[in-house]
Design a protein around this ligand. Structure first.
Ligand code: FAD
Length: 468
């Protein structure tokens, strides 16, 4: 067990929090979204929280932690929903939110620190240069850019720009290693895959260069349909109108919108499924022409309501916010993350809708995937048992709809269910003692783990309940 009193002495001058209740608070994220992760991780807590303000302070933290063999788990806004930022073996929470400066803004790109809140970055960019980040998670108001890159995948704007995995959607990352003498590395192009979506297991991001897009006063729009599949077909169709600029397109089945989108309820119609959209102001007229042709029932547009006070952004009805809104009023829900590979994605959606009536409720996000319009899903599921949830997952996969399991805390099980050799090789170089966010990369802890055996991985170093 590392000597945390000694570590605190050696880190004198850097912000440290050791009050157990506050440390516990900073040791959680949105893991409770999953009833399975909630049961597995509820007791997990770090020993101290350290909040560096500069790269020099951060390097000192890593150096001291390395010398003492203390685990270090980076944390941005703590909005990850698979326990990504939870310190499974205790240790140090590295709170990145004080490293939040915007350093340079240029036409088409920004250089900033990782702890900046994405919505604040966008506000600054719009005011100073008329630009915005290409896409952001629906948690933009609370999530950091560094946490998004290390833990997220895509979001609002992905209909135009694709996701973080796409070459060119991150330009450069500056990363500090976890060694006796931490090194500072600059990564670009293909090398970015080493640390993006690696949950901070193989380096701490200290600077980010991101590409930008023109900023608009996006119009929030909701259209209604009596049949969910009509909403899905409308969404697919509008995404193919090349001239109409959209930032968000999300069909959501009845009864979810009317029952759970409380602030928008005055505009919604009971029994209707909806499509939530963000439309560029200059695209509103052609958008409305298409909506009229497709017999969409226009329920809401933010540019004509009297006041938007108290009404959430449209994107806060979409992505994982759909799940959040339902869970707030009904804890009997959980969710899945589904891919519907094209070109027959609409047919695949229809098949899944028909397979689980009253149990799985459709919610899709349209996005660009390898240059093609496609959709992925975050359907809500009426949770009964883990066995039934696994059966629903199996039935999706047997029907050609892969699941990215949001009920697992490891990189591999929540993703492609195979070793990421690039990230593993980089970890060997940058974190030789395996101290960065332990337990999140199976390939590091158990290289022989058989992903095809159908067993869940339980990290042996997970704090035991008696330790907590
Ligand atoms: P955290 O949760 O604090 O951290 C995420 C991961 O990054 C952790 O593993 C952490 O260790 C690591 N990390 C943080 N900072 C650094 C750093 N500087 N260096 C290295 N590693 C670091 N995700 C999406 O992709 N798209 C969405 O639309 C989306 N919508 C969401 C909606 C809701 C309601 C919720 C609860 C979650 C959603 N998510 C989404 C997941 C999550 O919000 C995003 O991935 C978010 O960007 C994470 O940012 P964060 O600052 O909260 O990161």
């Amino acid at each position: 067990m590392p000597d945390y009193d000694q570590i605190k002495t050696e880190l004198a001058g850097i912000d440290i929090e050791d009050h157990p209740a506050l440390v516990k608070q900073k040791s959680r994220d949105f893991y409770w979204y999953s009833p399975i992760l909630k049961a597995q991780l509820d007791h997990v807590t770090a020993d101290i929280v350290v909040s560096p303000k500069t790269e020099e302070e951060l390097i000192k933290v890593l150096k001291v932690a390395y010398a003492h063999g203390a685990p270090v788990t980076a944390r941005g806004g703590g909005t990850g929903n698979y326990g990504q930022a939870m310190p499974l073996s205790g240790g140090i929470i590295l709170n990145m939110m004080q490293m939040n400066a915007v350093k340079e803004v240029h036409p088409g790109r920004v250089i900033c620190q990782p702890g900046i809140i994405i919505a604040q970055l966008d506000k600054y960019l719009k005011e100073h240069s008329g630009q915005e980040v290409r896409f952001h998670p629906s948690t933009a108001q609370t999530a950091t850019l560094g946490g998004f890159i290390a833990g997220g995948s895509g979001g609002v704007g992905s209909i135009t720009w694709g996701g973080l995995r796409d070459l060119g959607n991150i330009l450069r990352l500056r990363v500090v290693t976890m060694e006796a003498e931490p090194r500072v590395l600059e990564l670009s192009a293909w090398d970015l895959q080493k640390v993006s979506h690696a949950y901070g297991t193989n380096g701490i991001i200290t600077e980010i260069e991101m590409p930008l897009a023109p900023a608009y006063d996006w119009v929030d729009v909701i259209v209604g349909f009596d049949d969910y599949m009509d909403a899905v077909r409308f969404a697919d169709g509008i995404c193919r109108r090349n001239g109409i600029l959209l930032k968000e397109v999300a069909p959501i089945t009845a009864p979810i919108p009317y029952d759970y989108f409380t602030r928008h309820k005055p505009w919604l119609k009971e029994g209707q499924s909806i499509v939530v959209l963000m439309v560029a102001p200059h695209s509103m007229e052609p958008f409305l022409a298409y909506a009229d042709k497709m017999k969409a029932d226009l329920r809401f547009r933010s540019d004509t309501v009297e006041s938007m006070k108290g009404i959430p952004h449209a994107y806060e009805l979409a992505w994982n916010h759909t799940t959040l809104r339902a869970l707030k009023l009904d804890t009997g829900f959980t969710y899945l993350q589904v891919q519907y590979p094209g070109p027959d994605h609409v047919a695949k959606v229809q098949k899944m809708v028909e397979m689980f009536p009253g149990e799985v409720f459709g919610h899709l996000e349209f996005l660009k995937f390898d240059g093609q319009i496609q959709c992925s899903g975050l359907p809500l599921v009426r949770y009964t048992t883990e066995e039934r949830l696994n059966e629903i997952i199996r039935l999706h996969e047997e029907n050609g709809c892969p699941i990215f399991n949001p009920h697992r805390y490891t990189l591999e099980e929540g993703g492609m269910k195979q070793t990421d050799t690039v990230q593993l090789a980089f970890k060997k170089e940058t974190d030789p003692k395996g101290l960065l966010n332990p337990g999140k990369m199976i390939a590091w802890d158990n290289p022989d783990f058989d992903f095809k055996a159908g067993k869940n991985y339980l990290f042996p170093g997970l704090q035991s309940f008696t330790e907590a």
